[in-house]
Every structure is written in structure tokens, then in C-alpha cells.
Design a protein around this ligand. Structure first.
Ligand code: GLN
Length: 197
């Protein structure tokens, strides 16, 4: 059984733990940098990206998270987690971890749509998926090696580049586990691949 951590500094942590376990993987809440060594994959949850970044710096996670990704271990960023993973942020000179080649815009759906649900297609994963958006970002641009997995009203709301997966919505808030299951499979594949080196 693969071991997946959920960064537990702020945000929707327990909901991801529940979802990962429903997908047949072991979930751990990560509060200390040393815990990263025991993990096969990591989820950066939704919450508030500025606050999360402050806590990442305060508890010395920044370089360790970048190394985790660069070592080939999968990372799934949901909502604020997408913002943390993005290489570029609209209107902000400094992005955060800069691990996935996307440009993201924060709180991008505007005031009327602070929070809403929509049926979207997840390419290769689900024909129809109930996505919960909460002060959600969207993706403005993607690099050549990035696969767009979902759009909503022509905005990109989920994308994958190699072992990095991002979505603008909250898959942990419903009982439809298919996107998290896709991530668990990515982690299982990476364990096999990293073991063969
Ligand atoms: N708007 C939040 C941010 O900028 C993200 C919202 C969320 O994670 N639900 O961090």
C-alpha cells in the first residue's frame, strides 16, 4: 500500500486523509519536514495559499517540498495547492514552489461565483464529475508538456505534467473519489518506476 502525505499546516486536511484512505492508500498528516522522507506522494490541500506559504517558510518546508517533487515523487495540489505548485502567478512577481509549468490566477471566478458546483469532464478519468469550487483559481496558460484535464466555461481547472497533478476545485469534499484515485495510481506507478532505478 502506498503512503501519501497531506500537508497539514492549514486548510482542508482531514477531508483529503479520508479520501486517500477510501482509495486504498495509507494517508498521513504531515506537520514536520522529516515526515516527507517516509512518503511516496504528497497532497497540498486547499485553504489559503498566502497563509500556507507563510507556514511553509516558518516550519522550514520550502526547499524540502521542492526536493520532494524534483526527486520524482508525485504531488497533487488542490485549489490553494495548485497556486503553491504553479510556476507563475498572475499579477504576482514571485510564485511559490514553481514545480508545474502553469500560470495561475487566484480567486479568478469573481465575486458572484465565490463558491459553486459544476459538472465537468475529467479527460480520461470521468465523463461527468461534480466539482466544488471555493474562491477558486484557474489556469491561464500551460507549458508544452502540460496536459489539460478539465475546463469549465473555457477556463482550465485541472492539469497534469508528469508526476504533478493540479485542480482548482475540491475533490476531497464529495464522495466521488475518481480524481484522487487517479493520483493514487500515479503514486503507485512512480513507486515502481523509482524502484527500478
Ligand atoms: N483563494 C484561495 C487562495 O488564494 C484558494 C481557495 C481554496 O483553496 N479554496 O489561496
Amino acid at each position: 500500500m502506498v503512503k501519501i502525505g497531506v500537508l497539514g499546516l492549514q486548510g482542508a486536511v482531514q477531508e483529503h486523509v479520508r479520501t486517500v484512505e477510501a482509495c486504498g492508500a495509507k494517508a498521513t498528516v504531515v506537520k514536520r519536514v522529516e515526515q516527507l522522507d517516509e512518503l511516496d506522494g504528497l497532497i497540498l490541500p486547499g485553504g489559503e495559499s498566502t497563509t500556507m506559504r507563510r507556514l511553509i517558510d516558518k516550519y522550514g518546508f520550502f526547499d524540502a517540498l521542492r526536493r520532494f517533487g524534483q526527486s520524482g515523487k508525485p504531488i497533487f495540489g488542490t485549489c490553494a495547492g495548485l497556486i503553491l505548485l504553479a510556476k507563475e502567478l498572475d499579477g504576482q512577481p514571485d510564485a511559490h514552489l514553481q514545480l508545474i509549468d502553469i500560470k495561475a490566477a487566484r480567486n479568478a471566478f469573481g465575486r458572484q461565483k465565490e463558491s459553486f458546483e459544476a459538472e465537468i469532464e475529467l479527460k480520461g478519468i470521468a465523463d461527468s464529475f461534480n466539482a466544488v469550487f471555493i474562491r477558486a483559481p484557474y489556469i491561464l496558460e500551460t507549458g508544452d508538456n502540460v496536459d489539460v484535464i478539465a475546463t469549465y466555461e473555457d477556463k482550465i481547472v485541472a492539469a497534469q505534467q508528469d508526476h504533478y497533478l493540479t485542480c482548482a476545485f475540491h475533490p476531497e469534499l464529495t464522495d466521488d473519489y475518481r480524481l484522487t484515485q487517479h493520483f493514487v495510481h500515479m503514486v503507485e506507478d512512480s513507486v515502481k518506476k523509482l524502484a527500478s532505478f
